[in-house]
Design a protein around this ligand. Sequence first.
Ligand SMILES: Cc1cc2nc3c(=O)[nH]c(=O)nc-3n(C[C@H](O)[C@H](O)[C@H](O)COP(=O)(O)O)c2cc1C
Length: 339
Amino acid sequence: MRVTADVVFLLDVDNTLLDNDRIIVDLRRHLEREFGVDSADRYWAIFEGLRGELGYADYLGALQRYRSDAEQGGPDDQPLLLMSSFLVDYPFAERLFPRALEVVDYLGRFGPTVILSDGDVVFQPRKLQRSGIDALVIEGSEAGGHIGAVSTAVLAQEILPAVREVPIFVAGGIGRGEAVLAYLEMGASGVQLGTRFVCATESIAHPRFKRAFLRAAARDAVPSPQLDPRFPVIPVRALANAGTARFVAFQREVIQRFDDGELSREQALLQIERYWAGALRRAVIEGDVENGSLMAGQSVALVTREQPTREIIEELLDQAIARMQGRDAASPPVRRAAE
Ligand SMILES: Cc1cc2nc3c(=O)[nH]c(=O)nc-3n(C[C@H](O)[C@H](O)[C@H](O)COP(=O)(O)O)c2cc1C
């Protein structure tokens, strides 16, 4: 059954629900007080550089880079590592804007209200959790669609042991029941699967879209390529096709026009961003598998035939139960990467 809503509210976290500027001020003060202005300045320079590269805040990544710089001859600032405990214990709940949660509740009366977040991989879940969320989905880079940089296995190891207060659902690259079981045993409350269900009988995806899934191997599901770090591309994992190849040529052309002064940076960024607009619909609904976006996760290799949703779920359960009982469940054949 498909459930649709006329209105959906999408809310950002930083500086929308949460006073992130205030958090940055507190952190800056803490760094300067504990470690001195020079160390603090160096940390922020690295943090901003990394944010430019990645497109999202990565407090710990900046800290790691800071430490490796220090190890390669810079000053010894090991105490700066204590900054992570400052953030872990930081009272994020007190930095919510007044009545922010009431607003979330209020909007919820008119339609599904979703909090979107692409913040720091370790601290963002804590911020959200202390802001009163009910559950978290953590999604690794094996997933189909928009992805981050970190694999599901690593995210799960980082976050499942660290966040106990809210249920966590693990997503990305899950195609068999044994994997479901493994994440449950690691402390997940559940899992979220997308790719495995694209070829369900009930799925409205175009037959050509489904056929592309049935033919694909894991290595065919690749993140959208980025040509130039000055023009970051938010990566989307999809089956490579003619549209993907043209995207590279298109970026090259737009960047050349920027270098020649024909386009401003904003215009160039916008053109690159717009390349895939409407592309998922073109592929899924219209069946244009050459030019549309064939969003697919690496578990596409485990999608071997069209089958009812009920059967897929039963298969996953059988595999998990068989593993618990110490025997192997029957497996559909998996396509080899070389095929
Ligand atoms: C064809 C396709 C379309 C998707 N579209 C969206 C989307 O519009 N919004 C979204 O948040 N996630 C989207 N996803 C991600 C799924 O919600 C889910 O988190 C993901 O597929 C889980 O990883 P898996 O593909 O490895 O199972 C999409 C995934 C696929 C395969």
